[in-house]
Design a protein around this ligand. Structure first.
Ligand code: GRF
Length: 198
């Protein structure tokens, strides 16, 4: 039986699109059952709606009470029969109740080789800038289970991406993101086929 993946995303949603396309092409034996975003203007919500996938803007702006917001997000996941949650560029912390309910079934993608270049403030372009400033010759992608602290939790898969001489931050970011699109499809397919979700 196909699994249901709930995707949380705050930004453009190109990783989300890769997951949707991977499911549609049969490379991942699953469907994106719902998309949640804290950003009403995110490309992620627009992409989900274009694809006819239920999409919810869930933010403190809309629901100021933190406990209520957390409860509603949990309800959305339950109502859409979520098996696995995937964080694809999601900029908010996941509430404890959601972490408990989906323990070991929430994954995040990080655009560097954790445990290097992770933690507070290490998101978006900051990650790639730090990699270049550190003089690294290689960076990569990490897919890991989500734990209460940012960018911690068991590492499930990693792949490397070269840092080229004279790379700008934008060039490196684009190279890593392009590789994310294939790597996350490969990895999600493995996660689901090995039934690491039980
Ligand atoms: C990716 O680099 C991902 O690793 C990070 O956020 C970015 C999402 O990009 N966590 P997009 O919004 O899917 O294009």
């Amino acid at each position: 039986m196909k699994k249901n993946i709930a995707v949380f995303a705050s930004g453009n949603g190109s990783d989300l699109q890769a997951i949707i396309d991977g499911c549609k092409a049969g490379r991942i034996d699953a469907e994106v059952c719902v998309v949640v975003s804290n950003n009403s203007k995110s490309g992620a919500l627009a992409r989900a709606r274009d694809e006819g996938i239920p999409a919810f803007h869930m933010s403190a702006k809309r629901i100021p009470d933190a406990a209520e917001l957390e409860q509603e997000i949990l309800m959305i996941l339950l109502e859409h029969n979520t098996d696995v949650v995937f964080l694809a560029g999601y900029m908010k912390k996941i509430a404890d109740s959601v972490l408990q309910k989906y323990a070991d079934r929430i994954y995040n993608i990080h655009p560097a080789l954790l445990p290097k270049f992770g933690g507070q403030g290490m998101y978006g372009i900051n990650v790639h800038r730090a990699v270049i400033e550190a003089g690294e010759v290689q960076t990569g992608i990490t897919i890991h289970k989500v734990a209460p602290e940012y960018d911690t939790g068991e590492i499930v898969a990693q792949c490397t991406v070269p840092v080229l001489l004279d790379d700008t931050v934008e060039e490196l970011a684009a190279r890593v993101l392009a590789r994310e699109h294939t790597f996350l499809v490969e990895t999600l397919a493995k996660i689901l086929s090995q039934d690491m979700t039980q």
